[in-house]
Design a protein around this ligand. Structure first.
Ligand SMILES: *Cc1c(COP(=O)(O)O)cnc(C)c1O
Length: 408
């Protein structure tokens, strides 16, 4: 088992900037650009998905004393925006495949219920037309959470088209340091006025993206070019921070970028009305969406192929339908702790979505959420994985699943 602890360069868990980010899809013909949530309606580019949730709830008029239905299978980052509005989250159940349990939702609707948040997990749309009809029949506003599906279509329409409002998270699909989107196919967003995040924020968004890229061996020529300026940057950084803390009057010195960019679950009201950085928006505009969609689907299918027929596991979703652009490859495991420990030790990046949930949300709230949070391990399939990185990860996965079968 010594091979499990051998040294490997760990792979980027999320997209990192490379020269290829701006090239077209390999081997893909022309044709229509793949649809994204930004095609669903009017758009506001903000600094994170959770900020977009807060703005959506504010636009809905959600306030003190209201209730918002939130899936028990969730990222803890989805809850603070509800509290920020003064509302109470009410958690509803999902099925064993993470589908919305509408019977349970119906049972939890009360006089104070204003809205429901519905997540298209891992990039796979829910039964959105059924959910939309359900909301219309009961006067509920629908917030379509597209944090896992920046791209894709469902029944001929872009994802995000069903909600009164939809939200997306840029960092999960693009090599950017920050970013989120508020979208509405049904309401005007004219009243949502955003302010720039400031010079320090703009600089941080660009430099942090480059540094993350360099950390994974991308853009070596740019790195060489920037060696001296990056050294000077640390000095400039300290000076800037010192000036900010002096000027802010609070003494503490506000951070240059939101905590959401550093993979925390915090929610900072100060970033609610801020526009996404220029650099992030430029990267999103210049990146090839066809390449993102083609490679994510290809990588997903490669991981599915690598695990096919192996004991103790199956993909959470049985097929990858046309029009779905996956966030990650979710695998349902019989012995997740064994697999997690081995792969983690080998340096394979993995995500256990909803492993941490909002305090009080447990198996009593929703047995399926607890089961999924425990048994699903998701693997990156993003467009910036290199062929050798993908092959290495698939090999590690096969090896551990076979070892698990022997150990069982
Ligand atoms: C990541 C995530 C969010 C929040 O997005 P951020 O950009 O991290 O704020 C919302 N919903 C789901 C399901 C997520 O996974």
């Amino acid at each position: 088992m010594n091979d499990m602890t051998a040294h490997h360069p760990s792979l980027p868990i999320a997209p990192v900037l490379s020269r290829a980010s701006f090239s077209g899809a390999p081997g893909a013909a022309g044709g229509a650009r793949p649809p994204s949530v930004l095609d669903a309606g009017q758009v506001r580019m903000v600094t994170s998905g959770r900020v977009a949730i807060a703005l959506a709830l504010r636009q809905m008029g959600v306030r003190q004393g209201d209730e918002v239905l939130v899936p028990a299978y969730h990222s803890p980052s989805m809850v603070p925006p509800v509290l920020w509005c003064g509302a109470t989250p009410v958690f509803y159940r999902v099925g064993p495949d993470a589908s919305v349990d509408l019977a349970d939702v119906a049972a939890r609707i009360g006089p104070a219920t204003r809205a429901i948040m519905v997540t298209n997990y891992f990039g796979f749309p829910q039964q959105l037309e059924t959910i939309r009809a359900f909301c219309d029949a009961r006067g509920l506003q629908l917030l379509e959470d597209c944090a896992h599906c920046f791209f894709g279509e469902h029944r001929g329409k872009p994802v995000g088209s069903w909600g009164d409002y939809a939200i997306a998270s840029s960092m999960k699909f693009f090599p950017t340091y920050e970013g989120g989107a508020l979208v509405s196919a049904r309401h005007r967003l004219d009243a949502v006025a955003l302010q720039p995040g400031g010079l320090g924020f703009e600089a941080k968004a660009a430099l942090a993206t480059l540094e993350n890229s360099f950390a994974y061996g991308r853009l070596p020529a740019v790195r060489a070019l920037l060696r001296l300026p990056m050294g000077l940057k640390d000095l400039a950084w300290r000076a800037l921070k010192a000036r900010r803390s002096g000027a802010s009057g609070t003494g503490a010195g506000a951070a240059l970028a939101p905590a959401s960019s550093d993979s925390g679950f915090d929610f900072e009201p100060r970033w609610v009305d801020k526009r996404s950085a220029w650099f992030s928006r430029a990267v999103m505009k210049l990146a090839s969406s066809r390449r993102i969609c083609t490679l994510r689907r290809r990588h997903y299918l490669a991981l599915e192929e690598a695990t096919r027929g192996l004991p103790g596991c199956r993909p959470l979703f049985f097929t990858l339908p046309e029009g779905v652009v996956p966030w990650q490859f979710p695998l349902l495991l019989d012995d997740p702790e064994f697999v997690f420990a081995r792969l983690h030790a080998a340096g394979v990046p993995l995500v256990r979505f909803a492993h941490a949930r909002w305090p009080g949300v447990d198996a009593g709230t929703c047995a399926n959420s607890s089961m999924l949070a425990q048994r699903v391990i998701a693997f990156p399939c993003h467009q910036e994985l290199r062929p050798n990185e993908l092959a290495w990860m698939a090999g590690q996965l096969r090896q551990v699943l076979l070892a698990q079968a022997v150990a069982a």
